[in-house]
Design a protein around this ligand. Structure first.
Ligand SMILES: [Zn+2]
Length: 292
């Protein structure tokens, strides 16, 4: 009988430890889920932190036009120091701080994603800057003239058909709310890092979602896990192109396979991408019809 009691106590002890370990595992799993994929649990703060994205990188495959944005035709060169000018009298001091926050967000992940691209505050300007590595940010009446857009990223000049030399961003005068402004700025800066608008991605899965209103963000103020993966792909491709150009002919056998594919279209070798590209994104849902 005593043996039976001891065995029961051991059994309860083992059961308790088992249940406790399951509970711990569940809480850890929840804490590792990215905010974009568990919006309900973190509604109070839509901002994504780079660390939470890193932890959950393997959680779910990034698929273009489903939870990852498509890639655009251009980007800043790898390791570029982009000097950012603000058109005089367009932004209040508080708004400038918000815009700088978006620049800091992308600069902070530059090593993690392999872009090496840093955004540097260059102060105010009276005109659009055309210098190499220069980005000018201003305001314009956009929505009243084009009711499909609230903001634009404009290419001014480029090298080699894909590398930005200079560009400017236009934000509508109506974007005044700090969190809206930060969201738009983070989105427009992402265009310069090779990301394109995602019309079929579900809400809050990418910075490249449409915006619900002129003075609202799209639910994110910083790149999602899949945004980071997409930028990583852009710059892996870019570095392949650069490496292929400078590697000696004696190593051409090793390089040729990469360089030929890397030099096509937007400079990406599809098989090397960590973001899986769907051939027919439209099957995952109707065009969202949002405004970018
Ligand atoms: Zn856009």
């Amino acid at each position: 009988m005593l043996q039976l009691v001891i065995n029961r106590q051991r059994l309860f002890g083992v059961l308790f430890l088992f249940i406790a370990s399951i509970a711990l595992a569940v809480s850890q799993e929840r804490s590792f889920a990215s905010p974009g994929e568990s919006a309900n649990s973190r509604k109070a703060d839509p901002r994504l932190t780079p660390h939470s994205q890193t932890d959950s990188r393997k959680a779910q495959a990034c698929v273009t036009n489903r939870n990852a944005p498509p890639l655009g035709p251009y980007h800043w060169p790898a390791d570029a120091n982009v000097t950012v000018y603000f058109v005089s009298n367009m932004f209040t001091a508080k708004q400038r701080v918000t815009l700088l926050d978006a620049m800091k967000t992308w600069t902070a992940v530059s090593e993690e994603v392999g872009s090496g691209v840093r955004f540097i505050d260059a102060g105010e300007t009276e005109r659009r800057m055309t210098c190499r590595g220069c980005l000018t940010v201003g305001r314009r009446e956009i929505y009243k003239q084009d009711q499909h857009h609230y903001a634009f990223f404009h290419l001014m000049s480029q090298d080699e058909g894909r590398l930005l030399v200079s560009a400017w961003i236009d934000l509508d005068f109506g974007i005044t709310n700090p969190e809206a402004l930060e969201g738009f700025m983070a989105h427009e800066l992402a265009h310069g890092l090779g990301l394109w608008d995602c019309e079929t991605c579900k809400k809050k899965l990418t910075l490249m979602n449409a915006f619900p209103g002129i003075n609202q963000n799209n639910g994110l103020l910083a790149p999602s896990r899949c945004d980071l993966e997409a930028v990583r792909d852009v710059y892996q491709g870019e570095r392949l192109v650069v490496a292929a150009r400078f590697q000696a002919a004696s190593r051409s056998d090793a390089v040729r396979g990469d360089s030929q594919s890397a030099l096509t279209s937007t400079g990406m070798d599809q098989e090397s991408l960590s973001v899986f590209v769907l051939s027919n994104p439209d099957i995952y849902g109707a065009i969202w019809g949002g405004i970018f």
